[in-house]
Design a protein around this ligand. Structure first.
Ligand code: DAH
Length: 339
């Protein structure tokens, strides 16, 4: 091989480089001519047998092959990747950190529901469920609240037709459970409720309650007080006190309302508890024998207690939330603070 052969080889290399249409083809030409086992290396391996007077030309031709081919290949590479970028082809940088999709957090009301289930399951309660679309019978009549009963007025609601409505309370689940199961029963039923309330800082037309029902032989008011107090301490902390006041509900007799001592001032009186030291929580009582008769339980053989609590209220007290609407604005910056 002499200098002329090397120049011919260079011309072939340059022609192939000019035709290479992809980055992979460019790389293949480079490897073919200038790789460790490429054609240029073969040329250099033959240098020993070249007569000394020809070596200068031989060396120069080999150098030119390397320089010119490298320059052309680099140029082709730059043109091709610029065209790729212009065409919008993605250029990946595998060393960049991935796109971070933040983990969600549980809604404060969901957290309170889960905590309520945890606490009552320690007392042997299981979770029951009922439909959001209820019959008038289950939501009112079977709960000893006939059509002309004044306590219906406070729960004027969303009727779907003459006999079905969006439930105003979780209490109808009591009826459904007693229709289905013989005593003893011990259930809680968390869920959504609906009332045609005007929304303000403490009212929402859509809210949540948890219902509780415990029926067996000889269940007494002492069981109700003990279990509610246990719940209060688990949910709010060991120092909370509970007080029960006489009240009226059609489906319990006697009925009570109960309050927790104010979590902010501990009972000495502050703005949050309106200086009374107490925060009103919910209603409860001993199941009215009329309700037992309606569902076919024998009021001589069994007794029971029931309660119903607003869960937004518990969440607002527990987390110090002052406006119920914040729970439903769906602002993750707000909701993410309570996980
Ligand atoms: N359902 C009642 C309400 O929404 C709360 C309630 C009171 C439920 C007493 C009960 C109960 O089970 O015994 O105001």
């Amino acid at each position: 091989m002499n200098a002329q052969d090397i120049i011919a080889l260079k011309e072939r290399g340059l022609a192939e480089a000019a035709q290479a249409a992809t980055l992979a083809e460019i790389e293949a030409v480079r490897v073919k001519y200038m790789g460790r086992k490429g054609l240029l290396q073969d040329v250099m391996d033959g240098l020993k047998s070249v007569p000394p007077e020809e070596r200068r030309d031989f060396g120069r031709a080999a150098n030119e092959l390397k320089q010119e081919l490298t320059a052309l290949l680099d140029g082709r590479k730059a043109t091709l990747s610029a065209a790729g970028k212009a065409a919008g082809r993605k250029q990946f940088d595998v060393s960049l950190p991935g796109a971070w999709r933040g983990l969600g957090t549980r809604h404060p009301v969901t957290q309170v529901i889960e905590e309520t289930i945890r606490i009552f399951s320690m007392l042997g309660f299981t979770v029951a469920d009922g439909p959001d679309i209820e019959t008038e019978y289950h939501n009112f009549d079977a709960l000893n609240t006939p059509a002309d009963h004044p306590s219906r007025d406070t729960q004027d609601t969303f009727w779907l037709d003459g006999t079905t409505l969006l439930r105003t309370q979780t209490s109808p689940v009591q009826i459904r459970v007693m229709e289905r199961c013989k005593p003893p029963v011990r259930i809680i039923a968390p869920g959504r409720c609906y009332r045609r309330d005007t929304t303000d800082a403490t009212h929402s037309a859509n809210f949540h309650q948890v219902e509780g029902l415990y029926v067996d032989r000889k269940v007494s008011m002492a069981d109700l007080k003990g279990d509610i107090t246990f719940f209060a301490r688990e949910m709010m902390g060991p120092d909370v006190k509970v007080r029960f006041r006489p009240h009226f509900f059609p489906f319990t007799e006697p009925s009570v309302e109960y309050d927790f001592s104010c979590h902010v001032c501990g009972g000495s009186g502050c703005r949050v508890c309106k200086h009374s030291g107490w925060i009103e929580i919910s209603g409860a009582g001993m199941v009215n024998p009329k309700v037992f008769n309606i569902v076919g339980y024998d009021p001589e053989a069994c007794t029971g207690y029931a309660f119903g609590m607003g869960l937004e209220r518990i969440a607002m007290i527990k987390y110090g939330i002052e406006d119920i609407r914040l729970l439903y604005d769906n602002d993750v910056r707000f909701l993410g603070q309570f996980s």
